[in-house]
Design a protein around this ligand. Structure first.
Ligand SMILES: [Zn+2]
Length: 153
């Protein structure tokens, strides 16, 4: 299913990214991806989201159930994956079958960190969202440490 890129949740998430200092280029890239149909929805996706080997982002239902900020941090996380070394991505793709391996951790940690850094910037730039940005950060740290057994900065 193609993403309804005119949907208010998605539009708000993209605007949040584009309006956060330092994230203008990431916002512009995501807008382009969406315009080219490369951000999709898969209602059966068990994960929150996935970055594909062919430069597409697939969002699962969970990613669309939260707030615009929650969707925005998911998009920043997946956009990070799109720029990782394709070899690491491939290794991690197969490693993912056995999940929670060190390879997956190496692949995921910087993407989780990118989302944390984004939320930090949102909290500073958009004061009304500071509390929500903080609780999103806490939730991401929790998910990462229970999934991969590591700590984020
Ligand atoms: Zn990831």
């Amino acid at each position: 299913m193609s993403l309804d890129s005119d949907g208010p949740l998605f539009q708000e998430a993209l605007r949040l990214i584009s309006d956060t200092p330092g994230y203008e280029a990431i916002g512009a890239e995501l807008i382009q991806l969406a315009a080219r149909g490369r951000i999709r929805i898969d209602a059966a996706l068990p994960d929150r989201a996935q970055a594909g080997l062919l430069g597409t982002i697939t969002l699962g239902p969970e990613a669309l159930e939260g707030s615009p900020l929650s969707l925005a941090q998911t998009l920043v996380h997946e956009q990070y994956h799109l720029h990782q070394n394709p070899f690491l991505k491939t290794v991690s793709f197969w490693g993912g079958i056995f999940s929670r391996t060190p390879v997956m951790k190496r692949y995921e940690q910087p993407a989780y960190q990118a989302a944390i850094d984004f939320l930090e910037a949102v909290g500073k730039a958009h004061l009304p969202l500071a509390r929500e940005a903080q609780s999103e950060q806490d939730a991401i740290r929790q998910v990462f440490s229970s999934g991969y057994g590591g700590r984020l900065d």
